[in-house]
Design a protein around this ligand. Structure first.
Ligand SMILES: [Zn+2]
Length: 225
């Protein structure tokens, strides 16, 4: 019914159905205050990323080169072909693929270990054969990348920090907020690409708390999707 998220570097967010009253929302936030604080306490930067050291445009270029090279190499053994590769600034996704064969990847993958980026590319390519996360899909991934679980675990552990990363000087206005609406994959896309990211599915109403220590200071926002 409701969902509470504590995204890195952003206020906690409560997505509640329309019928929930303000008092009920207050109550949830009050009850979850300790949980919010616990989540926040876990959000210690560990990747050693310095926002001043990263140029988004350079990172995007590097991501495109790496992703393209891997995709071209893997397409043949997988027996798939793709139409295009997009490098994006999704806020909650690492990669996605559309039914038309367009693959999209988050430029921040270039800041992850190479094996992680590699896994995400292979994962999306596998979706061109299996448009789901069925057992068949995972066995396909395993054929190509026997150690994929380690990369998935890395994304699970460090993904939220990486997704929240914003370069100090954005050299590309294509990233950031404007792209965020594309983070929830369109219905035509294979349901894929959620490696530890979070997507809001049906936020009828969203409350935002400004900080974990003051969950009462909420305000309502239009839905994100
Ligand atoms: Zn997937």
């Amino acid at each position: 019914m409701w969902r509470l998220e504590v995204p890195w570097g952003e206020p906690a967010r409560l997505t509640a159905p329309r019928w929930m009253s303000g008092a009920e929302i207050e109550q949830v936030l009050e009850e979850k205050r300790a949980w919010i604080e616990k989540e926040r306490a876990r959000q210690v930067p560990r990747l050693g990323l310095d926002a001043r050291d990263v140029s988004e445009s350079e990172a995007r270029t590097a991501a495109r080169e790496l992703v393209s090279a891997i995709a071209e190499e893997e397409a043949e053994p997988l027996g798939v072909s793709f139409a295009r590769i997009h490098i994006r600034g999704q806020r909650t996704l690492w990669g996605s693929c559309s039914s038309r064969g367009t693959l999209s990847f988050n430029w921040r993958l270039v800041l992850a270990p190479y094996e992680v980026l590699d896994y995400v590319v292979v994962h999306e390519l596998c979706h061109l054969r299996e448009h789901n996360h069925s057992r068949r899909f995972w066995s396909l991934v395993e054929q190509r990348r026997p150690h994929w679980r380690a990369q998935r675990d890395w994304l699970h552990e460090h993904g939220p920090e990486l997704l929240a990363f914003r370069p100090a000087v954005s050299q590309s206005c294509r990233g950031g907020l404007k792209m965020s609406t594309s983070s929830v994959s369109s219905s035509a896309s294979a349901a894929c690409g959620r490696f530890g990211g979070m997507t809001s599915t049906s936020p009828a109403r969203t409350s935002t708390t400004s900080s974990p220590s003051s969950p009462r200071k909420k305000r309502r926002q239009p839905s994100r999707t």
